[in-house]
Write a protein that binds this ligand. Structure first.
Ligand code: CS2
Length: 491
């Protein structure tokens, strides 16, 4: 195979159906993105790519990876270019090269470059996909005892996302730069409000020493639109890279694969110019919350349930797990019995049709989306995916049994072995604290009480809900002692 690399020098040799419909060199940088992972490359960057292809060349993207220099190095080595391969069940694979990313940097290696990019007066929006834990929040508040936040507040070049944003706003203020939108694109409830709160809390802590004016600047010039983002983007594999190389005729180490479906709902709160993302299919609305709740509770929560039950059963991918009839019916029970009753459908959305769409997207075997990937960081994901709905159901006097199963399955997954005794890939920031508790040889009810209390993700109300804890403990006990298949039999 060719060892030539994708880049501006090899662009002209690409098939015209795959090349960007513009010359990437013509773009000015107008956007910054924090968290240049696969999801960003297959989602926000593609919407922007369509906008610049329409002739508005102000919106080239400066993309930053937070920790790994590899991503930014690869993007720079390819002049920001990369391919996206859409894999569908029916129509095989379709590729395109995106040219909207013009520069990349790694925030931990060069925090000044990130702050300077945010402060550039030509930049009018910063988008973020930094995952739930990247916000360094505890129950929605800035984690001020987090050593990284403390160090950023003490004035080192900022290595946290919130620190980078606030330092960027300080520089914009000093330079008299115009309005900017800071746009969270992570799967958090009310993500824009969470980001606004964290940015203000960080700025307030600076007050009194370095920056008395910064809170006021943010109040006047900065908006925090909420968004709902949706596209299934599995981690790229060597086989994907080989497929893309065959398609492009050159090597592409930054390529990503994704399902054909893509959705972006954005609150229309901008004081300055912005890309006309609606021309690329985004929905600008004043009701993001409705879409976001539906997506978090029906898609993401169900994804997590399938990932944990599937992973413990030994299935490598979400699609394989969903072929197991008992896992599929658990997924349906979670949606129908525990989640739909808590939702208000935005714009007359048909929630049962939405359920069918989600399940058929999950069943796409061409994606190879692994249960291990979706299982990651459960402690950060469960509150907005399932615990807020649990609260609503409990307040309505109901016991959300399958939601309790999801919590128990997350805990059982953390033990790190599947039902056949094979090792599971566990990655969760709370694993070190919780695994010793979960693996104690004590009655399930005690184990669950201690885990729930110490985890800090359930809140005092759920910790005090004896019936709920009994239900979680019964599932946990069954999963540990009888395995998934036996537990779901008769459920
Ligand atoms: C998944 C999401 O990994 C996960 O937790 O549930 O990344 C999911 O694929 C996306 O939110 C789909 O839009």
């Amino acid at each position: 195979m060719s060892s030539e690399r994708l880049g501006l020098a090899t662009l002209d040799a690409l098939p015209s159906t795959i090349r960007p419909g513009y010359d990437p060199r013509d773009l000015a940088i107008g956007l910054v993105h924090l968290g240049a992972g696969a999801f960003f490359r297959a989602h926000q960057a593609m919407y922007t790519d369509a906008v610049v292809a329409g002739g508005d060349h102000r919106w080239g993207i400066f993309a930053t990876s937070q920790r790994s220099p590899t991503v930014s190095d690869i993007l720079n080595a390819q002049d920001g270019l990369y391919g996206v391969l859409e894999r569908s069940t029916r129509n095989g694979a379709r590729g395109a090269v995106v040219g909207a990313v013009r520069r990349a940097a790694c925030a931990s290696a060069d925090p000044h470059a990130v702050v300077d990019a945010i402060a550039d007066p030509a930049v009018h929006a910063v988008t973020l996909t930094v995952t739930e834990k990247g916000y360094r929040a505890q129950e929605g508040q800035l984690a001020t005892t987090d050593p990284e936040i403390e160090a950023d507040l003490a004035g080192r070049p900022p290595l946290t996302v919130v620190g980078q944003l606030v330092r960027g706003m300080q520089k914009r203020d000093a330079a008299g730069a115009g309005p900017i939108a800071l746009i969270s694109c992570d799967n958090l409830s009310d993500n824009g409000s969470v980001l606004r709160r964290l940015v203000h809390q960080f700025a307030d802590r600076l007050n009194g020493n370095a920056a008395p004016r910064i809170g006021e600047y943010i109040e006047r010039h900065v908006t925090f639109p909420c968004t709902m983002v949706d596209r299934i983007v599995p981690a790229t594999t060597d086989a994907d890279r080989a497929d893309v190389e065959r398609l492009l005729g050159v090597r592409d180490d930054a390529c990503v694969v994704a399902e054909p479906f893509s959705q972006w709902v954005i609150a229309d709160e901008f004081h300055g110019p912005r890309p006309a993302w609606e021309r690329a299919g985004a929905v600008l609305t004043d009701d993001v919350a409705g879409y976001e709740q539906v997506k978090l509770r029906l898609l993401n929560a169900t994804h997590s349930l399938i990932a944990y039950l599937g992973g413990i059963s030994g299935y490598a991918t979400i699609a394989e797990a969903l072929c197991d009839p008992s896992i599929e019916s658990a997924a349906r029970r979670l949606i129908d019995d525990d989640q739909i009753p808590t939702l208000r459908a935005p714009n007359g959305l048909d929630l049962r049709a939405y359920r069918e769409d989600v399940l058929s997207r999950f069943a796409n075997p061409a994606l190879g989306h692994t249960t291990a990937q979706v299982a990651m960081d459960g402690s950060q994901k469960l509150p907005q995916r399932v615990l807020s709905a649990v609260r609503q159901r409990r307040a309505a006097g109901a016991m959300p049994a399958t939601a309790a199963l999801l919590v128990a399955a997350w805990m059982r997954f953390l033990l790190g072995r599947d039902d056949q005794g094979r090792r599971l890939e566990v990655s969760d920031p709370l694993a070190d604290r919780l695994v010793p508790l979960l693996s104690r040889p004590a009655p399930a009810r005690e184990v669950i009480r201690d885990t729930v209390e110490i985890s800090g993700v359930f809140g005092p109300d759920l910790c005090a809900d004896e019936d709920l804890l009994d239900t979680i403990a019964a599932w946990f006990d069954a999963l540990c002692n009888h395995g998934v298949a036996e537990t779901l039999r008769g459920a």
